[in-house]
Structures are given as C-alpha cells and as structure tokens.
Write a protein that binds this ligand. Structure first.
Ligand code: ZN
Length: 156
C-alpha cells in the first residue's frame, strides 16, 4: 500500500497519471503564459486560462523545501518511520512526496534530491525522491511560506 495519496485519475489529472506509468514526471504547463503548476488543475493559476494546459517533462532534480518524519502511519501496514516532504523541483513547483534511501534523521531542508519511482499495483507510479550525494544543492535557498513551516518537525 502506498503511503501517499493515489486518488483515481480524473479529467484534470489523467495526463499526469498516464505519464507516471512510463516513469515520466511531467508538470502542467500553460501554453498561453508559460506558467507551470502542480498538482494539476483545470485552470492556470497564473493567467486564468482554461485552454492550452499541457504537459512538459520535469528534469527530475529538486530541493527539500520542508519535511516531517512520520512515526505513526495512517495505514496500519505501513513501515514507520518514514519521511513526507515538500520538494521544490528545478522548474519551480512543489510536490508533496516522500524521501527515501537515507535514515529519517539524515535529512535537512535544502538537501538536493533526485527523482525515483514507487510503482503502484494498478500500473501507475508515484514520484519519490532520493538524496543526491554531496549534500546540498549549490543554489539551494530555503523559501519560507508566509504561514511558516520553517523546518522539520515531528508528527505524532
Ligand atoms: Zn497561464
């Protein structure tokens, strides 16, 4: 069972999910203004158009924007602890995802990460991220949201 939400595709998200079947991470991209957004929506958040929203491949690199270590899983059969994170991909949008491949206490905001995939039973896949050896991205900058989750916090 996946630890992240894998809701059924709908009219808006079907293109995104289809790409995951081939392990391609795509970003919804507006042909009118060039804006990119995630998760997929029926309207461009930048210019408001509902036409011309298409898919452009992401390069698969990113930076940890914030994360939390989960000690008590929402699913009884999930192995804990695990790390849920916001990853800002190189193109700009943020993905809610999971960090894997390191002990849960070995992550830091600003860590450089690269894309990996967790296959789902129905043929779709979820993007997860692994750490890039060498640590922090050279251009890593921590962006603070106005409402302010500024760093890792434990969830019980
Ligand atoms: Zn637009």
């Amino acid at each position: 069972m996946s630890l992240l939400d894998a809701s059924p595709p709908d009219e808006t998200t079907a293109g995104w999910w289809d790409a995951t079947r081939a392990h391609r991470l795509v970003l919804q991209t507006c042909t009118a203004c060039g804006g990119q957004q995630h998760p997929p929506r029926s309207v461009c958040l930048r210019c408001g158009t509902t036409d011309g929203l298409g898919w452009v491949p992401a390069n698969g690199s990113g930076v940890v924007d914030s994360f939390t270590v989960v000690h008590r899983a929402a699913h009884l059969d999930a192995a804990v602890p695990y790390v849920i994170a916001r990853v800002r991909v190189a193109e700009g949008p943020i993905l809610l995802t999971r960090l894997e491949g390191r002990p849960v206490d070995a992550w830091a905001v600003g860590d450089a990460v690269s894309l990996a995939w967790e296959d789902l039973d129905d043929g779709r896949a979820l993007p997860v991220f692994h750490g890039v050896e060498g640590g922090r991205a050279p251009d890593a900058h921590v962006q603070h949201e106005p409402t302010g989750q500024t760093g890792p916090h434990e969830e019980r």
